[in-house]
Design a protein around this ligand. Structure first.
Ligand code: SAM
Length: 245
């Protein structure tokens, strides 16, 4: 969806289904990556965070978390976690020469396994604030797998001053939204949620302004829209927010 050649027929099949549901869906990943970049910049600069865990980091693209954060905080540490072996191979190739960054193969639903992984312990000091990133991953965890408890378990391991960034595909009144939900359920056993449900993941966290809303409106740079009325309908369902512990 971001372009490039690192994809397979099975990926392309799902994307074709998505385009049929929401014709300008290909804007989505770019919007989310841009929001992630702004959130990482905020964490690295305004919140002073220099260590990050990116759960479900995905195939490396341009401007990955370590590249953004190291621009503001040289030597910042980043651990990427993904359970897709192809993602991990590409990630390791990208990071072969970077000792402040690691790519860990793990299922992020195994909280203890992630938190006690040797590379996580080597790079992350849990006595200091951490930036925890769950960018477009919680919609792969259906309610029956207790995603609220999952987020709470990570939260418990983090010290005060830590930040949590979440983006999530949401149910909206957009005509393609119900179809999108069906695609997530059938292909990923995942589930879309409402904005209110996503906000509940931040229970116990102080939400940074402007809260949980379409990510395109989250602290936009430059000429981005300032009002929901200016946001294309297809992007109303891409929401996110940042919390501080
Ligand atoms: C939609 S991509 C998001 C990538 C990136 N976070 C972003 O927002 O651009 C979702 C990623 O989560 C990974 N993922 C899904 N479920 C996972 C799990 N249970 N444990 C670890 N990674 C998972 C997938 O392999 C994929 O790389």
């Amino acid at each position: 969806m971001l372009g490039g050649k690192d994809n397979f027929a099975v990926d392309r099949d799902v994307v074709i289904q998505m385009i049929k549901a929401v014709p300008d869906v290909l804007q989505g990943p770019r919007t989310i990556r841009a929001g992630l970049k702004r959130a990482v910049r905020y964490m690295a600069t305004e919140a002073g965070i220099d260590q990050f865990i990116d759960l479900g980091s995905g195939l490396p693209t341009q401007e990955n978390v370590h590249q953004v954060t190291q621009r503001y905080r040289p030597g910042a540490r980043v651990v990427y976690v993904d359970n897709d072996p192809v993602v991990v191979v590409h990630g390791r190739a990208l990071l072969a020469t970077d000792e402040s960054t690691a790519v860990v193969t793990a299922d992020f639903r195994d909280v203890e396994g992630v938190l006690h992984h040797p590379d996580v312990r080597r790079l992350i000091d849990f006595n200091r604030p951490v930036g925890l990133i769950m960018c477009s991953v919680l919609h792969y965890v259906p309610d029956k797998e207790h995603p609220m408890e999952l987020v709470a378990a990570y939260s418990e391991a983090l010290s005060p001053g830590s930040h949590l960034f979440i983006t999530h595909v949401c149910l909206t009144g957009h005509p393609g939204s119900a179809k999108m939900e069906e695609i997530f359920r059938e292909n990923f056993e995942g589930q879309l949620r409402t904005r209110q449900q996503v906000q509940e993941f931040f229970t116990g966290w102080e939400l940074i302004e402007p809260g949980v809303l379409p990510i395109v409106l989250w602290r936009p740079d430059g000429a981005a829209p300032y009002d929901l009325a200016d946001v294309p309908l297809s992007q109303h369902g891409l929401i996110g927010g940042l919390g501080r512990k």
